[in-house]
Write a protein that binds this ligand. Structure first.
Ligand code: MAN
Length: 355
């Protein structure tokens, strides 16, 4: 068992704290933030999800950003339309459930929240990352931030009619940024870039999804932009908390014992938890250990209930000596924070067998 100290202020950021950027839209989510420290402050790269206000329960609206004309478009669909499946509140799918999705019901972008004490946050008025190419016409989601030297690399899901790919920008000041392109082609998300080279190469975990298989892979790169040498790293485990899908969570943490990777796993019913595994320090393609049970699971009411309940989803944390301050999205709605002991997680990994 892992002892988890949830912040008493939880949820630390809620949709109500965020003013929508679009007229006639409402903020329904401020969640799944990438995390780093900058200028002595904790920075959360918040995924803000906005949706067009709907007054007619029979109509479902799908926002699409026209990047060329810099205009938001809203498509209206009738719930009675037999072509579509509206069961998942996050997406609009084909009625036959083939493929991924047609549209999303909200559009996400990245907004920064800043804090001096790690508990109380002030949210920027404007977006930091707003769709800037057509791969992002449905939004930008789930950022992760890796600091290498004095540059911050932020990768995220770019969502469009072409599917979900993973894109990279770099910044030194969290004001302006350089577009580093799409680093993983669709369908791929949950990319975690390691904070330093291992044997002369950069490494990243990524999560392709093909034919309903959602496993974590490893790739390496000489320059952070071109990735190859792809290897399958861990799979879902039948009948366990991570039986439906697994994907990277927070940027790997270097320890004496190896790379500590906190990843997310979900059941086929979409109950999302966080778990841990350990990779060889000198060869990250070697999985040394993986915990049988999650280190964090949805238990608190703000984790159980929300836009999409039963979800804890960590995209970033801050390590201070033995303490991991984990910031995580709850119920696809808000942000929460908690603390755990790294030693405690490593001690469990030492006992864990590899299955
Ligand atoms: C899934 C969910 C959504 C997300 C889409 C596209 O359906 O994670 O929240 O918007 O994928 O990434």
């Amino acid at each position: 068992m892992t002892n988890v100290y949830r912040y008493k202020e939880n949820p630390i950021i809620e949709p109500i704290d965020v003013t929508p950027l679009h007229k006639n839209f409402e903020v329904i989510g401020a969640f799944n933030a990438g995390v780093t420290e900058f200028n002595g402050e904790t920075i959360l790269l918040l995924r803000v999800a906005e949706r067009p206000v709907s007054t007619d329960p029979q109509i479902v609206k799908a926002p699409i950003y026209d990047v060329v004309n810099k205009k938001m478009q809203v498509i209206e669909l009738d719930k009675g339309d037999a072509q579509y499946n509206f069961e998942d509140p996050r997406t609009i799918r084909r009625a036959d459930n083939l493929g991924t999705f047609f549209y999303l019901t909200s559009l996400s972008y990245i907004r920064i929240a800043r804090s001096k004490d790690g508990h109380h946050f002030k949210i920027d008025d404007q977006a930091f990352l707003y769709p800037f190419n057509s791969y992002q016409e449905y939004g930008i989601e789930d950022a992760r931030c890796t600091k290498i030297g004095n540059t911050y690399y932020v990768n995220f899901s770019s969502v469009s009619r072409f599917g979900v790919c993973d894109s990279l920008i770099s910044t030194k000041d969290f004001i302006s940024y350089q577009d580093e392109g799409n680093i993983f082609a669709p369908e791929n998300k949950d990319v975690l870039i390691f904070p330093e080279k291992v044997n002369g190469l950069y490494y990243a975990l990524h999560r392709p999804s093909v034919s309903n298989v959602f496993n974590i892979w490893l790739a390496s790169s000489p320059d952070l932009r071109s990735w190859g040498n792809h290897k399958q790293l861990i799979s879902t485990r039948a009948d366990k908390w991570d039986s439906g899908r697994v994907g990277g969570g927070i940027v790997p943490i270097k320890t004496e014992a190896g790379w500590l990777v906190i990843y997310h796993g979900a059941t086929r019913n979409n109950r999302y938890c966080m778990g841990a595994m350990l990779l060889d320090r000198f060869d990250p393609s070697k999985v040394i250990a993986r915990l049988e049970n999650p280190i964090l699971e949805p238990e608190a009411s703000y984790e159980e209930k929300g836009f999409f309940g039963g979800v804890v989803f960590g995209c970033g944390g801050i390590v201070k000596n033995d303490t991991l301050r984990l910031y995580y999205g709850v119920a696809d709605t808000s942000m929460a924070g908690c603390e755990m002991s790294i030693k405690e997680i490593l001690a469990q990994l030492k006992e864990a067998k590899l299955e």
